[in-house]
Design a protein around this ligand. Sequence first.
Ligand code: ZN
Length: 258
Amino acid sequence: MTGRTHLIVSTGVTMSVLQLMGQGVSLPGFAIALVSSLLPDIDEPNSLLLQKSLPKSLILKLKLALAAGGIGFMIYAYIQLFFLPYSYGIGLMMVALCWVNQRLFRQLVMAALGGLLLYMGAEGGPWFAVIGALLMVCSVLPHRGLTHSIYGIAIWGGLLYAASSQLNMPLYIAGATSYSLHLLCDAFTKHGVQLFPPLKWKLRIPLMSTGKFSGFLVENICITLTLVLLWHAFIVPFGGQAVGLWDYLTNKAGVWLQ
Ligand SMILES: [Zn+2]
């Protein structure tokens, strides 16, 4: 499934379910559902979330900056006799890192960023820690590996649960629901989802292949069903209220006119 479909279906269904359950919808809950709908694909190099947050051009700039930093560091070490020869090794490693492929480099950036956020999380509050831990976990996961499993749901749900208690907002329901819906949607593809690795069993209802006509069809049916659900959760009750308001006003008017 495309990122766009995941975004609409997972977020839309989550918001509808929360509304229908009487949980109500908050802006942070919506934001968490939105991120969670794309999060399982964060380990895919072409995922929507990664393309937006770490585009190729930014990766190239980071590589150039790292190489320049490495060369600069070696020159500094040469002039200042700074921890020679180990500092040469560090400088060379920084330059060498620019030769690793884009996927690995992205993972390294994510791990470094995650570590930094975790470190900041000690002072900056639970959000930094959640995102930091998540980036670190994702950076070491194999493609369509743990993120598309029960463990992925548990890790993300657990992190959000911990953050929720500190923030006094039950965000984990929105997050875990949206995340699980992503996996459910992926079960409609040929690859399916291996929910309990290392067990080989896969949840697979092979109705479509992404990019093929079957994909176009199934994805659009899912989007349409989501829109119908959203309509029932948000527009219909509001319509009822509007009718109630109309009755109330006409009654009032009737009383006044008598
Ligand atoms: Zn996926």
